[in-house]
Design a protein around this ligand. Structure first.
Ligand SMILES: *Cc1c(COP(=O)(O)O)cnc(C)c1O
Length: 385
């Protein structure tokens, strides 16, 4: 990895990623498929890089949002099963059949189209039927289930490989009553499907929080997103997990991603000068300001204006003024020796100091998912040993 010519880059720790997958593999039954969710550029980590790590460290399959993501994986040579969880526009359904992808189904029109295409192309398609159990996002309602099953029966080239659902309220609470009510509705749907004569369908329901907290949701496959990257789905999940099962510190997730930037300029700024657009920060003393070539267009959120901090020479340097489109300014008055070309850490650690995605999320009033997924795909990603 040579980063000397780069202004900004993302490093992915192979060791941390491998640890996280082992962590989950120990929790799953051997027959449970470990499917890693690598939509949204692998939550900003870099889809192809993460797919490579996942394949090397024991993931069984991939879940993505779009057909395009699925096709990229194939073009990069990944032969694992890929479940497309988002909608595929009708004119592109042919590509799903051709690519031998798994596709979520939840409406009769798409299912009928897909069935016809599979027949025409003489190529069976594996579908994963999504049941509505309380999230009210995507899924077949209980009252429409019989009709949907009829549609599937009428299309012999559609193979009902699995039935699944998704929890609405499992991360944001330590009260998991709603999740269990969903699980009950899921069970009722599964009974109907079995009665209709589809006995072989697999079942899946678990995202990270469910996989961490409730073994009874693991079924035949888990869809592991945020936690494979070493981030907790929420503070509530972390607390619930700690109380429930963590025996030692070894048994914890390790963040995979670090985000770095090189100092572009260091300048002396006299006392009582303003820094950045809108003059939102005024120096109170003679200061030294490091200019860093990363901004909100790169995914460093503007809400971190006068709030965030970066690491330089193992110390914290506060962000001064507004985040610009391509720049931020950091106060290095108390950090001697900072010079052009020095490496600053936006997310990650230096010696004992750390900036976490969770910490930034808190400052921004959002969740760690948003912090990492918005790191621009234009920034190069590297796997570090
Ligand atoms: C994104 C997503 C997941 C992964 O959720 P995490 O909380 O990141 O583990 C699982 N299932 C579905 C349907 C999703 O959309």
């Amino acid at each position: 990895m040579n980063t000397e010519a780069l202004n900004s880059w993302v490093e992915l720790s192979e060791k941390a990623y491998a640890h996280n997958l082992v962590f989950f593999k120990r929790k799953l039954k051997p027959q449970t498929e470990l499917s890693v969710v690598i939509k949204a550029n692998a939550y900003g980590h870099g889809m192809v890089e993460i797919a490579r790590l996942a394949a090397a460290h024991g993931a069984d399959s991939f879940c993505v949002h779009s057909l395009e993501e699925a096709q990229t994986l194939r073009a990069e040579g990944f032969l694992q099963d890929v479940l497309i969880m988002g909608p595929v526009a009708r004119p592109l359904l042919r590509e799903v059949v051709a690519g031998d992808f798994r596709l979520v189904v939840y409406d009769r029109e798409t299912t009928a189209d897909l069935g016809r295409l599979a027949e025409e192309l003489k190529k069976p398609v594996r579908v994963h039927l999504k049941l509505e159990t309380g999230t009210h996002r995507q899924g077949v309602d209980a009252r429409d289930l019989q009709g949907m099953l009829g549609q599937l029966k009428a299309a012999p080239d559609l193979l009902l490989e699995a039935v699944y659902t998704h929890f609405a309220n499992i991360e944001d609470t330590t009260d998991h009553g709603y999740a269990f009510a969903q699980l009950k509705r899921f069970g009722e749907g599964l009974d109907q499907i079995k009665k209709a004569g589809f006995p072989l369908a697999k079942k899946h329901a678990a995202c990270s929080a469910a996989a961490l907290l409730f073994p009874e949701t693991h079924f035949d496959m888990v869809r592991l997103g945020i936690s494979q990257y070493g981030l907790w789905p929420s503070r509530e999940t972390f607390v619930s997990y700690k109380i429930k099962q963590a025996q030692n510190d070894e048994d914890m997730l390790r963040p995979v991603l670090s985000w770095k930037v090189r100092v572009a300029q260091v300048k002396a700024v006299p006392a009582n000068s303003f820094v950045g657009y809108g003059c939102t920060y005024q120096t109170t003393r003679d200061s030294r300001i490091a200019v860093l070539p990363v901004g909100y267009s790169d995914g460093y959120d503007r809400r971190l204006s006068n709030q965030g901090f970066v690491l330089l020479k193992n110390r914290r340097a506060p962000v001064r003024g507004r985040i610009c489109m391509n720049f931020i300014m950091a106060d290095v008055t108390d950090i001697p020796g900072v010079s052009v070309g020095d490496e600053a850490v936006l997310i990650g650690s230096q010696a004992k100091e750390r900036v976490t995605a969770d910490g930034l999320a808190q400052l921004m009033g959002t969740i760690n998912y948003e912090v990492v997924t918005r790191i621009s795909p234009h920034i190069p990603r590297f796997i570090t040993k």
